[in-house]
Design a protein around this ligand. Structure first.
Ligand SMILES: [Zn+2]
Length: 274
């Protein structure tokens, strides 16, 4: 009997040891991340974003993707540095678009032909929804045109994946870099059950929206595009904008017309023209 108890206590002690080992491992990882310090340009961007009304606590640095994580949006570390240059690589950055507004906002350029490249990792059953997402953006304004390219090096946006079952985000996209380019990538989290239907299309329209410079309609930070409703309205209206942080299928269909809300239309026209 005593032997059994002894064995049991050794067994339990071993389990406890293992659990604490794991915890130590996680803590160490957390510490290592904190130790990595922001570059000069990332610090300048962070200060700029705070000045524009973002909260520092919402802007987690992601060193791998060289940007600040803001929900499913990645804001490039280099943003501020690029904005300061008056020579964007392509087209002209409009003064009014320079992070002046957000909420239901935009930062970007006079757009043109945006070429996206689909990485081999991207699930083929989502390609149909992706092509419709590109189509709906393409017909939204005479100054926006999305097309697929098979030449990776000529692409403006790389469409890829990542896998993390612990993350809330179903997809993620990079914002424009401030130099006149659209956000350079969009990824779907393959740990989520993407149906590939119209709900997936709505999600991908939302992510392309980030690439074009639109932020979340239901979140605060900075200003607001004239003529649109503010974050509190969008928090209470699931179909008020495709740029709501949680994406609803609403009127989005694999057909025309597009499902843009009134606020979406106003935002597109304001930034890109009809
Ligand atoms: Zn988003």
């Amino acid at each position: 009997m005593l032997t059994h108890k002894f064995k049991l206590s050794i067994f339990l002690a071993t389990i406890l040891l293992c659990v604490s080992c794991q915890n130590d491992g996680l803590d160490q990882e957390g510490l290592n991340q904190e130790k990595q310090s922001l570059s000069k340009e990332a610090t300048a961007t962070l200060n700029y974003l705070i000045e524009k009304g973002f909260f520092e606590v919402d802007l987690l640095p992601d060193f791998k993707d060289e940007g600040f994580m803001h929900g499913d949006i990645v804001i490039p570390f280099a943003l501020k540095g690029n904005i300061d240059k008056n020579s964007p690589k392509k087209g002209n950055v409009q003064e009014k678009n320079q992070w002046y507004y957000n909420g239901n906002g935009v930062y970007y350029n006079n757009s043109r032909n945006i070429r996206y490249y689909i990485e081999s990792s991207f699930p083929t059953n989502l390609e149909y929804a992706l092509s419709w997402a590109a189509y709906h953006w393409s017909i939204s304004s005479a100054n926006i045109n999305f097309s697929r390219t098979y030449n990776r090096s000529s692409a403006d946006i790389l469409i890829g994946t990542w896998y993390n079952s612990n993350e809330v985000a179903w997809a993620r996209a990079a914002l424009p870099d401030g130099g006149g380019n659209v956000g350079s990538w969009m990824r779907v989290n393959t740990a989520k059950n993407h149906a590939g239907g119209e709900s997936t299309m709505a999600l991908l329209i939302h992510e392309f929206g980030h690439n074009l410079g639109y932020l979340h309609s239901d979140q605060y930070g900075g200003g607001q595009i004239p003529g649109t409703n503010g974050p509190s309205y969008h928090q209470n209206n699931n179909c008020g904008s495709v740029m709501k942080s949680a994406v609803y299928t609403c009127n989005w269909r694999f057909s025309t017309p597009s499902g843009w809300s009134s606020d979406d239309r106003t935002s597109i026209t304001w930034a890109y023209g009809n």
